[in-house]
Write a protein that binds this ligand. Structure first.
Ligand SMILES: C[S@@+](CC[C@H](N)C(=O)[O-])C[C@H]1O[C@@H](n2cnc3c(N)ncnc32)[C@H](O)[C@@H]1O
Length: 268
């Protein structure tokens, strides 16, 4: 059996796609995290922009499709994600690690790191790298989750995993990197920051999309894709969720979540 890890999680495009689709379809209040970052940055369209932890480059594809003409570079540690990002027209995809970016100094007008800094062991080293590759006067934008985001569904999956002796792997999530301390970290590294918090919740009125979301959290709860317990755990969770909806007619399964967009300007 493989050990669940960041490498195994992001070797497959599907779980991240399911999580993104779930947030798009099941947020209690309408919210678009891409638009939130773009509003914070106020791009003109000609900027050279590096997106760190770009995954399949959905953000960069959106920029290209909406007329961005500046250079677009995506960096990710996952070979699967880099291969997917490389398929996006007009995007340069690079295999690299946030703490040791394979990019030259002051090459970019803008650096973004959306929902990835909590995967990094030393966030201050990563933020210093973002500062290094961004020119004086340029901007860095970082998004991270609120502490305890989607805790209810995570805990449901984790409890079922524990029944089979499985526990969350070390090193997948750096729990010190949350909305609550992002401002201090950005201030330390950049000397300035503007913060915008987005409070929300996931809401489900039927079992199927909640079960799909729960399954997309399996690696984070220690359940490997080839775990001999995986099928039984999914069966257990399905039963649990279906019974919850039967026992709570006309109620929504609600799970608090939110994220923060922090932007900083590179002082010369
Ligand atoms: C939660 S996904 C976020 C993807 C995308 N930025 C978004 O907001 O939809 C995290 C991504 O960061 C990548 N990643 C994790 N640790 C990284 C690191 N140290 N350096 C660069 N990329 C990393 C993962 O491979 C994955 O593609």
């Amino acid at each position: 059996m493989t050990s669940p890890s960041l490498d195994t999680e992001y070797a497959d495009l599907t779980p991240l796609q399911v999580r993104i689709a779930t947030h798009q379809r099941h947020s209690e209040n309408p919210d678009d995290p891409v638009a939130a970052v773009l509003t914070a940055l106020g791009l003109t369209g000609s900027e050279a922009l590096a997106d760190i932890g770009c995954a399949a480059a959905g953000f960069l594809a959106h920029l290209r499709e909406t007329g961005h003409t500046g250079r677009l570079v995506g960096v990710d540690t996952s070979p699967t994600m880099v291969a997917a990002a490389a398929m996006v027209a007009g995007v340069t995809a690079i295999h690299g690690e946030a703490g040791k970016l394979p990019l030259q100094d002051a090459q970019f007008d803008v650096c973004t790191a959306r929902h990835m800094l909590y995967h990094v062991t030393d966030p201050l080293v990563a933020l210093s790298g973002f500062r290094r590759i961004t020119r004086p006067g340029g901007m860095v934008a970082v998004t991270v989750n609120h502490a305890g985001a989607c805790h209810r569904t995570h805990e449901l999956v984790a409890a079922h995993a524990r029944n089979y002796g499985l526990t969350p792997p070390q090193g997948m999530i750096n729990h010190t990197v949350t909305s609550e301390n992002l401002s201090d970290m950005m201030q330390d590294v950049f000397g300035n920051t503007t913060i915008e918090a987005h409070d929300n919740a996931l809401v489900f009125d039927q079992p199927a999309p909640l079960i799909a979301f729960a399954e997309a959290l399996f690696t984070f709860c220690g359940i490997a894709a080839d775990s001999p317990h995986r099928v039984q755990i999914l069966t257990d969770i399905t039963t649990d969720i279906e019974q919850w909806f039967i026992a709570h007619p006309n109620q929504l399964w609600r799970d608090s979540k939110g994220y923060t967009v922090a932007t900083s300007i590179i002082n010369g």
